[in-house]
Design a protein around this ligand. Structure first.
Ligand code: NDP
Length: 443
């Protein structure tokens, strides 16, 4: 019996219906067997048991009134997972698919990701099953105000600092911040992803997508390769996807496909990002509108983006969007690297296919850490009452992503799992949190 099987059993017993959370824990435990053998003190001190149990889980009612005067009720969540290395930190997701399992999986991943950034941030995540799509600005504002009217009592600049995620961008952060300030009568850096005129950081919008490409480039450089001349697919067309396309293109790649939840576009000439930004950031439209301006491009309904041949795949949409069959197709078409911009976009079987076929695979908790890293830098700027230039923040981001790659690659090697960046990320993130927990006693 493996040393950590008892932890898996505990997770299953306590969370029998939480498929995504169980998947995320299983993936991490798989990498930690060797650590458990080397460090019996972590088992003796219940580090693993404590790590899989969130410090606090808050579930609340969010009532609001729609434009027709009808009362609507959504469910709100904040899971404060682990505060061993800093205040809880992690985004808010507004999407109809949100439930406690999804928030717990995201919060759990966040603990390791935040540890990898080297910044002092614990792990947390939150959100609601509210769908901002198709809602008026007034409806989104009333929802955000109601959400914050409960959340405010649990968060604070030194306690828990939420940010954006799927469905939560600058508009939502603005409404949430406004309500927090009004209730608490204080102007503090309680949220990140703020507007540039009221405490936000330059380069935060770009950070996750750019960071993903910096990580990928570092990984490729280590193999005497680079983005230059490569054909790339980026799934999604939201915040992470758009800025991944921008940076990959700047680094010399040709991105040929993007998607949203309805379908995907293929443009063999390379995606024209200005058109995508206009559709998604300005008009809040659908990706299929791209072909109206680009006669050479094709639009296909449904999934299928991974059937397009490419050298590098960057899944940047959502969890479990790339399955075993997709992985097989990518491998058959000669993919060299798959780096996750989204959280847990590849299923466990897809990951296994990549690893056994020697495709370079980078897990989101390492490769998409750029967003939370710049959120950490936003917190620093708020505390200093200063604003750094775009170039300063971008340079720090690049440094952090290079360091994350180095740490992950070196840790994998140290544990005899060279090029297994999943194991490297899980072990390096775990060790940092575990050491802090050991120092702070049984809490
Ligand atoms: P956005 O809401 O800005 O964009 C999400 C994109 O993914 C949209 O284009 C959406 O399409 C698409 N999408 C959602 N579900 C599916 C699906 N089932 N199939 C295909 N496409 C889908 O979110 P973000 O870009 O902020 O986040 C994307 C991912 O990156 C998430 O996993 C998030 O947790 C992760 N992440 C985000 C960070 C950030 O800083 N924003 C930081 C680290 C990770 P549609 O419009 O049709 O719904």
């Amino acid at each position: 019996m493996a040393k950590l099987d008892y932890i898996k059993e505990t997770v299953l017993r306590r969370n029998p219906n939480d498929a995504e959370f169980i998947q995320a824990v299983d993936e991490v435990l798989l990498s930690l067997e060797k650590v458990a053998q080397k460090h019996p003190e972590y088992i003796e001190n219940g580090i693993f048991e404590r790590l899989i149990e969130p410090e606090r889980q808050i579930v609340f009612r969010v009532p609001w009134v729609d434009d027709n005067g009808k009362v609507q009720v959504n469910r709100g969540y904040r899971v404060e997972f682990n505060s061993a290395i800093g205040p809880y930190k992690g985004g808010l997701r507004f999407h109809p698919s949100v439930n406690l399992s999804i928030i717990k999986f995201l919060g759990f991943e966040q603990c390791f990701k935040n540890a990898l950034t080297t910044l002092p941030m614990g792990g947390g995540k939150g959100g609601s099953d509210f769908d901002p799509k198709g809602k008026s600005d007034g409806e989104v504002m009333r929802f955000c105000q109601s959400f914050m009217t409960e959340l405010y009592r649990h968060i604070g600049q030194f306690t828990d600092v939420p940010a954006g995620d799927i469905g939560v961008g600058g508009r939502e952060i603005g409404y949430l911040f406004g309500q927090y300030k009004r209730i608490q009568n204080e102007f503090t850096g309680v949220l990140t992803g703020k507007g540039l005129t009221w405490g936000g950081s330059l380069a935060r919008t770009e950070a996750t997508g750019y960071g993903l490409c910096y990580f990928t480039e570092a990984m490729l450089n280590d193999k005497q390769d680079s983005f230059k001349g490569k054909t790339v697919i980026v799934s999604g067309s939201g915040n992470v996807a758009i800025y991944a396309v921008e940076k990959a293109t700047q680094l010399g790649a040709r991105v040929v496909a993007m998607c949203d939840s309805a379908g995907y576009i293929y443009d063999k000439n390379g995606i024209d990002l200005d058109t995508v930004k206009n559709i998604k950031e300005v008009r809040r439209g659908r990706i299929k509108e791209y072909v109206q301006d680009h006669a050479d491009a094709q639009y296909h309904e449904g999934t299928g983006i991974w059937s397009i041949p490419c050298d590098i795949a960057l899944p940047c949409a959502t969890q479990n969007e790339l399955n075993e069959q997709d992985a097989e197709m990518l491998i058959k078409n000669g993919v060299k690297a798959v780096c996750e911009g989204a959280n847990m976009p590849c299923t466990p079987k897809a990951i296994e296919r990549f690893q056994t076929n020697h495709v370079l695979y980078a897990p989101g908790k390492a490769s998409n850490a750029g967003g939370v890293a710049v959120s950490g830098l936003e917190m620093s700027q708020n505390s200093l009452r200063m604003a750094w230039s775009f170039e300063e923040v971008d340079e720090k981001l690049q440094q952090i992503m290079n360091e994350i790659y180095r740490t992950v690659a070196d840790t994998a090697k140290e544990y005899d799992m060279e090029d297994n960046f999943m194991a490297g990320a899980n072990i390096a993130g775990f060790l940092k949190v575990a050491q802090a927990m050991m120092s702070q006693g049984i809490v």
